[in-house]
Write a protein that binds this ligand. Structure first.
Ligand code: UT7
Length: 332
């Protein structure tokens, strides 16, 4: 157990994505769209799609194993696993399956649902357990297989989403705190902008009592409204976190946003006066992977040697709920 009031360091990262790659040209064979429309409106070229034999727990476990190996600890050292996902293999949660797959016998594991803000919300949740001295080694995973829940005949949404998983190891440290600041918000009054709703039909059980029996229906989104929300709220939430961290945008080494749309990323960077070369993005290769997008992009940048120990990263997630949040942290 770490000391009360300990700081947090992110000591390992990993990611995994399914093998199959669905390109814009493939999508053009499925719905009335084009590589030109998708590329210019979203910045996306490819997205990875999970097959019927690739589960969320499996890709999460692969990402987790890489993160553990970079951190130099084993799964048996973990105290807590938080799996941010909206697409568990099992509605009761998938974190415990990941726990079992990696052999984290001592840890407690649970799911956290906050759509595309899930990774940021999970990182912040993990930090509370570490700062209060309750846990020392925490695995935070952001993973989604939205392809399970896409209407593949709806060109408004089917071109946007892909599958993947990213994981980080957060550890308590006695000196210094690498999580410099965070902010998180939600606004349920705008809940109808982006949904993956349960729809049930009445099933009479006995006289005067009926149950609703059904399933979840494909993603529906008001893209324009979510776009407007993101461009307004994301710079604001990052500015608030920068204020708390007592830093200016010039001190930020990397801007790392949820990869929903290249135009949103560019607009936010412009508002914050962060130059393009300081923006991390892999949206072209993965599309919108929901809770996975931030750790997936960070893992790639760390392994490429772009992000170096001590670099300051301003990260922000936003999406269904509506939810949005920001975390400013030093890598390593
Ligand atoms: O991860 C959670 C957060 N999600 C987001 O942040 C998503 C935010 N929204 C967006 O990124 C954008 O709104 C989209 C990429 C979803 C859409 O881009 P847009 O520039 O806002 O397009 P639009 O919805 O205003 O649609 C423009 C036109 C429409 O045709 P009309 O009504 O002008 O005739 C659409 O029917 O483009 C049409 N359209 C398409 N055309 C070709 C919509 N999807 C497609 C498509 N291919 N795939």
């Amino acid at each position: 157990m770490s000391k009360l009031g300990a700081g947090i360091a992110i000591t390992g990262i990993g990611s995994a994505a399914p093998k199959a790659i669905l390109s814009n040209d493939h999508l053009s064979q499925m719905v009335e769209t084009s590589d030109e429309w998708i590329s210019t409106r979203t910045g996306m070229k490819n997205r990875h799609i999970a097959s019927s034999t690739e589960s969320l727990s499996q890709i999460s476990a692969r990402a987790a194993q890489q993160a553990l190996s970079m951190a130099g600890i084993t799964a048996a050292d973990l105290d807590l696993i938080i799996l941010a996902t909206s697409t568990p293999d099992d509605l009761f949660g998938s974190a415990c399956q990941v726990q079992s797959l990696i052999g984290a016998t001592k840890a407690v594991a649970f799911d956290l649902t906050a759509a595309c803000s899930g990774f940021i919300f999970a990182l912040i949740t993990a930090s509370q357990f570490i700062r209060t001295g309750v846990h020392q080694n925490v695995l935070v995973i952001g993973a989604d297989i939205l392809s399970h829940w896409v209407d593949w005949s709806d060109r408004n949404t089917c071109v946007l989403f892909g599958d993947g998983a990213g994981a980080i190891v957060c550890q308590g440290i006695e000196q210094g705190d690498r999580l410099l600041a965070f902010e998180m918000y939600s606004d349920g009054s705008q809940n109808n902008r982006l949904n993956l709703p349960y729809i049930g039909e009445s099933k009479p059980l006995v006289e005067d009592i009926e149950a609703s029996v059904g399933t979840y229906r494909p993603i529906v989104m008001n893209g324009r409204e979510v776009y407007r929300f993101a461009v307004a709220k994301v710079p604001e939430v990052i500015e608030k976190a920068m204020f708390r961290a007592n830093i200016t945008s010039e001190q930020i080494d990397w801007l790392l946003l949820h990869q929903a749309n290249r135009r949103i990323i560019d607009a936010v960077a412009q508002r914050l006066k962060i130059p393009r070369e300081k923006v991390l993005s892999n949206i072209a290769e993965y599309g919108n992977t929901s809770a996975a997008s931030i750790p997936l992009a960070l893992d790639e940048a760390v392994r490429q040697g772009r992000v170096q120990p001590g670099d300051i990263i301003a990260a922000s997630g936003f999406g269904a709920g509506l939810t949005w949040g920001s975390a400013i942290f030093k890598w390593g």
